[in-house]
Every structure is written in C-alpha cells, then in structure tokens.
Design a protein around this ligand. Structure first.
Ligand code: COA
Length: 142
C-alpha cells in the first residue's frame, strides 16, 4: 500500500539518503543528503515528505515556503516505481501543504541536462518561465 507522509528521521533517514544517492547522485557538498536532511529538520517546518510502500521509502519531496514563494526540491521516485503516478501524488501533496501555509505561487528549478522532466511538471500545471537562475554559496555554513 502506498502512503505519503511526513518524514520521520529515526525511521526514514537511511532509506531517504539511499533514494537520493540513487536518483540524483551528488557532486557538491551542500547537496549531500545527510546535510540537507539535518538543515531541513532544523527548520521544523514540516515540509519534508516521503512516499512509502509497505513502510519502505520509494519517493520524496521537499518543499519550502519563505512567505513569498513556495519551492519544491528533491522530487524523486525510485526507478522501479516510476510512471505510476507517484511523482504526481508527491508534488500535489507538497502543493497542498504550501497552500495551507498561504503560498500563492510554487517555483522549482530543473537542472541543465534534465530538461525532459519539464513534461512531468507541465502535466501538473507548471510552465517554463523566462528566468535566469543564479546562486551563491555561503561557505561558513557548511
Ligand atoms: C520526475 C519523477 C519524480 C516523476 O515520477 P513518476 O512517479 O514517474 O511520475 P508520474 O508517474 O506521476 O508521471 C506523471 C506524468 O509525467 C510523465 N513523466 C514522468 N517522468 C518523466 C520524465 N522524467 N520525463 C518526462 N516525462 C515524465 C509521465 O509519463 C506521466 O505522464 P502520463 O500521465 O501522460 O503518462 C521521476 O521520474 C524521478 O524521480 N526522476 C528522477 C529525479 C528527477 O529528475 N526529479 C526531478 C528533479 S527537478
């Protein structure tokens, strides 16, 4: 049976880290799964969710709300469970949580090279917007 639920560190941590390593791979320290989980939990905003099949983590979505925009991160489904609607269910679950908090617009970023995934988000109502994404690391916080 599939359920989508809030992440519980003591129960889901190792499986979620395994999912992210398998689905994303990581080449930058600030994206390392353990660090990302710890920093998200420190916020205690209740916006990290996992999909479970028989208690095993097979999907994830991390959302963020800063009072202006909602953001989606780490949308992932285990390869063996893809194309069955689970990714869509995770995105909708996160959207509902953001809407509850007053969010008016949800944004997300797609990495260069992964543009094919825009079809997935378009099926959920997202549109590619004419923006240039910029970022800057803050090394003191690693
Ligand atoms: C993107 C991802 C989460 C989708 O999960 P999923 O459970 O397969 O998605 P769904 O079954 O809900 O798919 C919904 C629709 O999007 C389409 N779709 C799903 N993944 C797609 C992809 N990678 N590229 C293009 N279309 C995709 C499906 O065909 C489906 O369309 P349909 O209903 O007409 O058949 C999953 O493919 C994944 O984990 N990919 C690797 C990680 C990743 O790229 N995450 C996004 C980072 S921005």
């Amino acid at each position: 049976m599939i359920t989508i639920t809030s992440y519980i560190d003591a129960v889901h941590r190792s499986q979620l880290m395994g999912l992210w390593e398998a689905v994303f791979g990581y080449d930058t320290a600030h994206n390392s799964p353990g660090l990302a989980i710890d920093k998200k939990l420190a916020l205690a905003d209740g916006l990290l969710f996992v999909a479970l099949i028989d208690g095993c983590v097979v999907g994830s979505v991390m959302a963020g709300y800063d009072g202006h925009r909602g953001w989606l991160y780490s949308v992932a489904v285990d390869a063996a469970q893809q194309k069955q609607g689970l990714g869509s269910a995770l995105v909708r679950h996160a959207e509902a949580a953001l809407a509850e908090r007053g969010c008016m617009k949800v944004n997300l970023q797609v990495r260069t090279g992964n543009e094919a995934v825009t079809a997935f988000y378009e099926s959920l109502g997202y549109r590619v917007e004419p923006r240039v994404s910029m970022g800057k690391l803050i090394p003191d916080n690693f």
